[in-house]
Design a protein around this ligand. Sequence first.
Ligand code: ZN
Length: 623
Amino acid sequence: MIPLFLFTIGKSVLNPPVLAESTHTYDVLHYYIRVDLPLDSRYLDAHVTIAAKSEVANLDSVTLHLVGFTVDSVLIDGTLASFSHPTGEVRIKLPSPQQVGDSFNIDIFYHGYATGSPYAGYVYFSAGGEVLHPIGYTMAEPYDARYWLACFDEPWDKAEYGCDLEVTVPDSFTVCANGILVSVADGEGRRTFHWKETHPIATYLIHFGASIYVRVPIYYHSLLIDNYVWPEDSAKAVKAFANLPHMFDLYDSLYGPYPFGDEKYGHDAVYPCAFGGMEHQTMTTLHRYYIVNGGDWVIAHELSHQWWGDMVTCIDWRDIWLNESFATYSDALFVEYMNGHQAFLDRMRERAKIYFREDSTYHRPIYDPPMDSLFNYAYTYCKASWVLHMLRYLGGDSLYYLGLRNYRDSLAYGNASTYDLCRIVSRIYGTDLTWFFNEWIFSPGHPEYDVDWGVYPEANRYRTRIRIAQVQTNSPIFHLPVEIRLRFDSGDTLIRFPIQDSVEIFEVITTKRPIGLEVDPNEWILNLADVEIGVAEEPSPKPVRIILPTICAGLITITADRATEVQILDPSGRVVDRIHLKPGKNCYRPRFSSGVYFLRKEATILKKFIYLDRSGPPQYTVP
Ligand SMILES: [Zn+2]
């Protein structure tokens, strides 16, 4: 989903959270949804068949979510069942108990006027003013599916076998929905559109849209991208969707093939709408504004949700950042793909500013936002996208994208939690990243670096002393390594420093005099930094960590008294190389970039060293 920034037509009211049952006694397998719409009001007439499986012994009742409506009858496997309809629920007594693994069908018939926010659940607007045609559509994230659909309305109970939607409307209307169009049947001035989604689907992603639509189909290779817009907008829609093939090119290459390639992708344009867009599975809903005026970033954002949100869905709303971080970072990556790295950095900076502004008045972790702050743009979108940017910084592109592909493959068409992402990326990075998620997802804030530095000439060389302090007062220390660029008359050197404490002091010995220093020059870390020249030589707040030999390049010579294996670790503890040493002198050519590294033998750190790929070789003796 993307919040809407351009309009003030009303704010969707987020419903109070309904906590997931501690034990969900049944598993939904499939929804067969039949709705009949007069399309002159929010009235609907529904018959929903839910295929479910018992998860417990002697299951004698089931509870569905449904807000409002008059429930006419409920059948279990064709037998009339008794039920009650207290607020928000339908409690059904099963005619005979179900055992673990037993499958059964629930048929529920209901009718009435949809209630709740006018922009959520089942939305209907008649024509008039800027509403060119009557329109009815569903909008359900997070807990609004129950305002039109009798269902088990939690993102973690996906219907494994998908859903069928048969939507009957006056025959001047066209209906689009999830999956593929199976049939269109006419009779007595009414038309029934049957759509079928075969992949697992969460209730908040089930969607139909009905209006006086024309189709503007385009193709990505053989994939149909089926777009439904008002007739007046068809030419504009062609323009608005012109870059979709580029978006597919980018996301296919980064994340693997489009997850619903055996069905379709598409959009329905809606107005009025309280949101910018919503990533309904295979059928994104877009605010009409983005058809009329264009909006690549929203279109890209929603497309990337098909991987992150729809194929891999947050397990519950505490983890909403998993959906939105990926989509937000993906739309920034699309900006880079089309307009270059500077445009990407501009977008990331703009989002950092939005977060810093919000953090100054509303300081909280990303994880488990209050329900009225679920779609807080500063946290759930901006800061969360920076978390992925930093995760990428930590592992580098090849590990980051390998991690994402593993995350996708392990959880495809299912659900994910922050713990899943941490576990999978840790395995790929070869180091436990719990600290990273603790600091950036489960804790509030960001590092504020105060960096002082000074250069001290010594015989034939320069000693540069760098003091990196974290001075934030309302969050703990962040352990992300910090990159510092030392500038010289000719050429620069980038060094990645490990951070363990609130104050870290490093000394770098060079043969040329550094003339400048930049903190995080490639803008990988969500931070505020203040850099000053002139660091106090004495007294020191703590023993200065002198790293010598600091300069090595080309070959490192390591002497061993017997055959052994040593490992090179980066500041995050990841093994970047293993070296098999022969007795005597070993010449080793590093395969990593400049930075701080550790030489480890078994569990013992033998040496911490800075590797600069432009200078002279050091020698080590391995005991
Ligand atoms: Zn989104």
